[in-house]
Ligand binder design. Structure first.
Ligand SMILES: O=P(O)(O)OC[C@H]1O[C@H](O[C@H]2O[C@H](CO)[C@@H](O)[C@H](O)[C@H]2O)[C@H](O)[C@@H](O)[C@@H]1O
Length: 374
C-alpha cells in the first residue's frame, strides 16, 4: 500500500541567490534549482496519512467527502443567505455560528479601532473571494469595480493575492502590478523588485516545489487523457498543482473520476490530494501551504517579528484554513471566511460573498483615508 509523505525538502529555507540572477533583472530564487522531478521524488521519505491508505475504501471516502461538501447534501447547514431553501436552514446553528464568526462588516469599526497604530497587510484569495464562483474556471473574471477596490487597498497597505491557481493565470485575471502574488497554493511566490516593502530591492521568487515541475506536468497530461471521456471533467494545470474539477460532472461519475486520481497517486506517492470547492487538488507532499506563504510574505516584507502588524486574510476555501490557522497561532491578525453557509473554520469573522468582500475593502480604504494612520 502506498504511503504519501509530508516532509520539507532539503534546501527549502530561503538562503541562496539564484545563478539565474542577472544584472538587468535581479532575482532571488528559493530554493536553488536542482535536478529534475525524479531526484526530488526520491529525496522524499515515505510516511503520511493519505486517504490512499484506506485500501479499497479510498474512492468511497473521497466521493463521500465530495458529496458532503456539496450544497445539495448539506443537512444541518444553516443558510446565511435568504436565497437558500428553508429546509436547509437551522436558525439555532446559524445564530450560534454568526456569534462565533460575526460579519466583518458589522464589526468593522471595532476591528479598525483594534488596528490603530498598526500596519495592516492584506492577503486576498482569488476564486470565491475576489471573483464569484462560476462553472467555467477560465471565465472567473474579476469585476472592474472589484479590481478598482483592490487597487485602492494596495495604495494603503501591502497587498497579496494568494491563490490555488498558477501565478501567471491569477495575474492575468487581476492585472495589478503593484500586488504580491502567491500562486499554486503558495508554492509560487513572487515579490517584485523595487517595492516599498521589499527592502532588498530585488525581486524574490520562492518556489519550494520547483523539483516537482516535471511530475506535475506529467500528472496533468495523464489525467487530462484519462478523464477525457468523463463529461464535464476539467483538468487544470496550475504549475505546482493540478486541479481536477468535478463541478460539471454528473455525481454518478464522481467515483470514476476519483478512480483516475487514485491511479495517478498510486504511481506518485510523493503527491497528495486535497479538496476545494468542487475540485480535487493534486499537489506535492511538502509542508507548504497558504499559511506558510502568508508567513513567508510577512517575513520578506519585513514584518516577521513585528508586534504591530495586522495581517488580514480573506478567503473562502478549505485551503485558506491553513492561513487562518497561522493567524490563530500567531495570535495576530484578522481571518475572514467568505461563505454563504456556516462552515467549520479557523477564521474569526465572516463575509457572505465577493460583493461583501468589496464593501469591506472599500470601507477599509475610506477608514484609512479618514484616520490617516496607516
Ligand atoms: O485559491 P483560489 O484562488 O480560491 O483557487 C482555488 C481554485 O479556484 C478555481 O476553482 C474554483 O473556482 C472556479 C471558478 O469559479 C470553479 O469553477 C471551481 O469549481 C472552483 O473550485 C480554480 O479553477 C482552481 O484551479 C483553483 O485551485
Amino acid at each position: 500500500m502506498a504511503n504519501v509523505n509530508v516532509v520539507v525538502p532539503e534546501g527549502l529555507l530561503p538562503v541562496t541567490v539564484s545563478p539565474a540572477t542577472t544584472a538587468s533583472s535581479p532575482m532571488i530564487l528559493y530554493p536553488p534549482p536542482r535536478g529534475g522531478g525524479a531526484p526530488a521524488a526520491a529525496s522524499i521519505k515515505k510516511k503520511c496519512n493519505s486517504p490512499i491508505e484506506h485500501a479499497g475504501g479510498w474512492t468511497h471516502v473521497l466521493v463521500e467527502s465530495m458529496k458532503a461538501s456539496s450544497p445539495t447534501h448539506l443537512k444541518a447547514v444553516a443558510a446565511l443567505s435568504t436565497a437558500v431553501p428553508a429546509v436547509e436552514y437551522e436558525i439555532d446553528d446559524n445564530s450560534a455560528w454568526m456569534i462565533q464568526h460575526p460579519s466583518a462588516l458589522s464589526k468593522f469599526e471595532q476591528l479598525m479601532i483594534a488596528t490603530r497604530g498598526k500596519q495592516i497587510v492584506m492577503f486576498l484569495d482569488y476564486d470565491g473571494t475576489l471573483s464569484p464562483i462560476v462553472d467555467d474556471p477560465d471565465s472567473a473574471f474579476i469585476s472592474e469595480t472589484m479590481r478598482a477596490a483592490v487597487k485602492e487597498v494596495a495604495k494603503c497597505f501591502p497587498t497579496a493575492v494568494v491563490s490555488g491557481r498558477c501565478r501567471s493565470k491569477v495575474y492575468d485575471f487581476v492585472k495589478l502590478t503593484e500586488l504580491y502574488y502567491a500562486g499554486s497554493h503558495g508554492m509560487d511566490i513572487k515579490v517584485p523588485e523595487g517595492t516599498k516593502y521589499n527592502k532588498k530591492k530585488k525581486a524574490v521568487l520562492f518556489q519550494p516545489a520547483s523539483e516537482f515541475l516535471p511530475i506535475m506536468n506529467e500528472v496533468h497530461k495523464t489525467l487530462s487523457e484519462k478523464t477525457r471521456t468523463i463529461p464535464g471533467a476539467k483538468v487544470e494545470n496550475n504549475t505546482f498543482c493540478v486541479s481536477v474539477h468535478f463541478r460539471c460532472v454528473d455525481e454518478k461519475r464522481w467515483g470514476l473520476l476519483v478512480e483516475q486520481v487514485r491511479a495517478v497517486l498510486k504511481e506518485h506517492p510523493e503527491l497528495r490530494v486535497t479538496q476545494g470547492r468542487k475540485v480535487l487538488e493534486i499537489r506535492p507532499s511538502i509542508k507548504w501551504d497558504k499559511g506558510k506563504a502568508l508567513e513567508f510574505l510577512l517575513e520578506t516584507l519585513g514584518f516577521a517579528d513585528c508586534q504591530s502588524v495586522v495581517p488580514v486574510y480573506i478567503g473562502d476555501d478549505r485551503t485558506d484554513e491553513d492561513a487562518f490557522q497561522v493567524l490563530r497561532d500567531r495570535g495576530q491578525g484578522i481571518g475572514i471566511l467568505v461563505s454563504e453557509f456556516p462552515k467549520e473554520t479557523k477564521a474569526s469573522y465572516s463575509l457572505r460573498n465577493p460583493a461583501e468582500v468589496m464593501d469591506f475593502l472599500v470601507r477599509l480604504v475610506e477608514w484609512n483615508r479618514l484616520s490617516g494612520t496607516n
